[in-house]
Design a protein around this ligand. Structure first.
Ligand SMILES: *Cc1c(COP(=O)(O)O)cnc(C)c1O
Length: 376
């Protein structure tokens, strides 16, 4: 056997071994009536299923000790690197129960690929795509009774990875922990879809060229909380960030991408310049638009174009998109000294795009793009 093939064989053996996520058979499950009570009104991110996934990475062993075990606290050294230097990334995706009881993921391969890109930016070890996929499959299968059915409900999956090594030196950690937890989620808008108000931040930016804006890392969210508070203080629900260099180009919200609907039926979304997080929802809408009779453009959009477009009627609707809230209409944009109102009701194009996406995810429309993957 040559050197290469023996290394390959060792790697494949390791992957094979890890792919069999050991499921702890002894985990106590929440009694059915209590689970049913939670699933009737799950909210978002409040309740967690009976199990979780963990796996560990070290330079010597690679990924190992992959297990599905009881959901519960993690023991960490106070010197764990993540607590000091925030070497952490995460993902967010949903599992949907279809009418026939089967459970499906929406483009989980795209989340796996983005997780690997985020890992590279944060100097974390890449988790092979097949491991990412088998980890969510293992958790969904084990806790399948936690996948709600009906309406817009789903099981929200949160894979994440962090530097668990106990060491205060500044370098990529030599021990990294991967986890997946799952949380049942109801419709994001419990009282029907209604437009949200947006604060245009000019004191803060989210991402600078060369920074971590394109990676899904906790640090980006930590930095978005002060501007989020500023938004609340101005009576707004969300923040819109402009580019760091010129404070002129519209980037995205703290956790959602943006779309502008033009009067001629063109959907315009800010182009990916390295400072915008590449949303799976954003990319799916780019693909779906044609089938809805809409054209798309990825290009720079200035905040002046936004304001003037709303005033002239050239921009008829604006919406935000992301896995958690799917598609959210924006009603009002406020900034220091002014505001513009897009609409007090959700726009028709926004609602068509939203429905088209939900229908595929929930199995009510044909999956012509091959986006669904059966999980259970
Ligand atoms: C996760 C995220 C999004 C949305 O991505 P989806 O894959 O559509 O859920 C947008 N912006 C930021 C900053 C994000 O972290």
């Amino acid at each position: 056997m040559t050197q290469t093939t023996s290394t390959q064989a060792a790697t494949e053996a390791a992957v094979q071994q890890v792919l069999r996520f050991e499921v702890d058979p002894g985990v106590a499950r929440l009694p059915e009536p209590e689970r049913a009570g939670i699933l009737a009104a799950p909210g978002f991110g409040k309740h967690f299923t009976d199990h979780m996934v963990t796996a560990t990475w070290t330079p010597a062993e690679g990924w190992h000790d992959a297990r599905v075990h009881a959901y519960g606290p993690i023991t960490l050294s106070p010197a764990a690197a993540v607590l000091h230097y925030a070497q952490e990334i995460f993902e967010g995706l949903k599992a949907y129960r279809h009418e026939d009881g089967s459970v499906w993921g929406f483009r989980p391969e795209a989340n796996a690929a983005r997780f690997a890109r985020s890992a590279r930016r944060l100097a974390l070890p890449e988790l092979p795509e097949e491991l990412f996929l088998s980890s969510i499959e293992a958790l969904v299968r084990t806790d399948v009774d936690w996948v709600p059915s009906g309406g817009e409900s789903s099981l929200y999956l949160r894979p994440f990875m962090f530097a668990s090594e106990s060491f205060l030196g500044v370098r990529p950690a030599h021990e990294v922990t991967y986890c997946v937890i799952a949380s049942p989620a109801g419709a994001y808008f419990s009282g029907g879809v209604s437009p949200v108000s947006i604060w245009l931040s000019t004191d803060y930016t989210r991402a600078a060229p060369g920074g971590t804006g394109a990676a899904k890392c906790g640090g980006n969210y930590a930095a978005s909380l002060a501007p989020q508070q500023e938004a609340f203080a101005h009576g707004c629900e969300q923040v819109c960030f402009l580019d760091a260099a010129e404070q002129r180009w519209v980037e995205e919200l703290g956790g959602m991408n943006l779309y502008f609907v033009h009067a001629d039926g063109t959907l315009v979304t800010p182009e990916l310049t390295g400072t915008i997080l590449e949303g799976v929802t954003r990319s799916s809408i780019l693909t779906l638009a044609g089938g809805l009779g809409l054209r798309t453009q990825e290009r720079r959009v200035s905040v002046d174009e936004w304001r003037a477009g709303v005033a002239s009627g050239e921009i008829t609707e604006v919406f935000a998109c992301g896995t958690a809230a799917v598609v959210t209409p924006l009603g009002r944009l406020a900034w220091e000294g002014g505001e513009t109102v897009m609409g007090t009701e959700p726009g028709p194009v926004t609602m068509r795009v939203r429905q088209a996406l939900l229908d595929i995810q929930h199995g009510r429309a044909a999956d012509t793009h091959g986006w669904l993957r059966q999980l259970a």
